[in-house]
Design a protein around this ligand. Structure first.
Ligand code: PMP
Ligand code: GLN
Length: 402
């Protein structure tokens, strides 16, 4: 039988996260590839989910989301960003940020529309935009500074631009767009009378002087932004796949149309538990960022001692690592495979985050892992690269949590 399947989705392989995780399992490698913490998030949240599962109800919650979670999302917007949100009309609960992104692309895009994307980009953006019939217009930020090229961005806008998809803090670059960049982006969105789809799943994972400020808080942007969050990242519960969209009523009404035909709803016990999470004290969110920052520093120090050049990371779970002087001429894809199979440590090739003409000498290493897992990864890499194991661990431990 020959069935002609969708030509856009058929043209994509299996996602790099799954490919590298499978290879890591096959080779019993330490997995610094796919971005997930290896410690589950707060027990009190998980307890609420467990109790909700046993006591019920376990039937369809309202299509737009459990009222408790929608209210909690609105409260969270007000508490952290001063955004006044109508929880009944401006919040939608989704099965993860991925569904939220799909809902938005399917609801907003028509053939002929253009979507501005910033490379290196998260893997589902291109297929979702293309499958929705629009044309991706990629621009790129370049390491080591990951500076926004304002001329290129300005030139990417046209009268066909439907939205810019902005991910800040940005996976995999670890960039947190600063106030100046955001003001500039806002001015272009307003000038071209379009909108911004803001993937803010790492909204609570930023470091040092860097701060996350939603584009929606900028002047003139309240009704031009769609803001996406994820419990996976904010509560270290990536397997739950609970996401939430905050958007002006006029846009959310249409986005809800795609949601109703895609998933319709999300497990009720998880929604109630995430609502409690969003109401946690500010210290919980601060501690999350501090813990991630310490792990970042630990892994960075170890990788640098091994001889890698590591690019500054302002937020997210990820370090971008330059392998040029360490990979014996292998490109990022081959190096990641070799490192997994022969070194017992998996990472993700950064070329997977580009549409065309990708740089081929960067890999992404995830640091949201237990310290002993990070230590084991560094020990294995030291042996793989013939480096002095104890010196590498000593350098990393200089940054360990006291
Ligand atoms: N956007 C970015 C930038 C991500 O890194 C991820 C992966 N967590 C997602 C969206 C998808 O999030 P979720 O697991 O909630 O679907
Ligand atoms: N967001 C995670 C990452 O960047 C992966 C999520 C997934 O595997 N789909 O690694």
């Amino acid at each position: 039988m020959s069935v002609e399947t969708n030509e856009i989705l058929s043209s994509y392989g299996t996602t790099v996260f799954e490919v590298m995780s499978r290879l890591a399992i096959e080779n019993e490698a330490v997995n610094l590839g796919q971005g997930f913490p290896d410690e589950d998030g707060p027990e009190d949240i998980r307890q609420i989910a467990a109790e909700g599962l046993v006591s019920g109800p376990n039937q369809y919650p309202p299509m737009m989301g459990h009222p408790d979670l929608r209210q909690a999302v609105a409260e969270h917007n007000l508490r952290f960003y001063g955004l006044e949100i109508n929880w009944q009309k401006e919040v939608l609960v989704t099965s993860g940020a991925t569904e939220a992104l799909a809902d938005c692309c399917l609801a907003l895009l028509n053939p002929g529309d253009e979507v501005i994307l910033i490379e290196p980009l998260y893997d589902c953006y291109l297929p979702l935009v293309e499958r929705a019939g629009a044309t991706p217009i990629p621009i790129r930020i370049t390491p080591p500074e990951w500076k926004l090229d304002r001329d290129a961005l300005e030139a990417a806008f046209s009268d066909k631009t439907k939205f810019i998809l902005l991910n800040s803090p940005m996976n995999p670059a670890g960039k947190v767009f600063n106030e100046n960049d955001l003001s500039f982006i806002a001015s272009l969105v307003i000038k071209h009378d379009c909108i911004a789809l803001c993937d803010e799943v790492y909204e609570h994972i930023f470091f040092e002087k860097h701060q996350h400020k939603p584009l929606m808080t900028f002047e003139g942007m309240r009704d031009r932004c769609i803001r996406i969050g994820s419990a996976g990242k904010s509560f270290s519960l990536t397997g739950w796949k609970v996401g939430y969209i905050t958007a002006p009523e006029m846009l959310l009404a249409t986005i809800t149309k795609s949601h109703q035909f895609l998933t319709f709803t999300t497990p009720p016990n998880l929604q109630i538990a995430v609502a409690a999470g969003l109401r946690k004290d500010v210290s919980y969110f601060n501690d999350l960022a501090i813990e991630m920052q310490q792990k970042r520093d630990y892994l960075k120090a170890g990788l640098e001692k091994l001889g890698f050049s590591v690019i500054e990371c302002e937020g997210t779970y990820f370090l971008t690592v330059d392998i040029s002087s360490m990979s014996s001429g292998m490109n990022d894809v081959d190096f990641c495979k070799d490192m997994t199979v022969n070194g017992g440590v998996a990472a993700v090739p950064v070329s997977a985050f580009y549409k065309n003409d990708a740089p081929d000498h960067f890999i992404r290493c995830c640091f949201c892992k237990k310290y002993d897992v990070l230590e084991e990864a560094l020990r294995r890499l030291a042996r793989y690269l013939n480096k002095h194991e104890d010196q590498v661990i000593e350098a990393a431990k200089a940054h360990e949590r006291s």
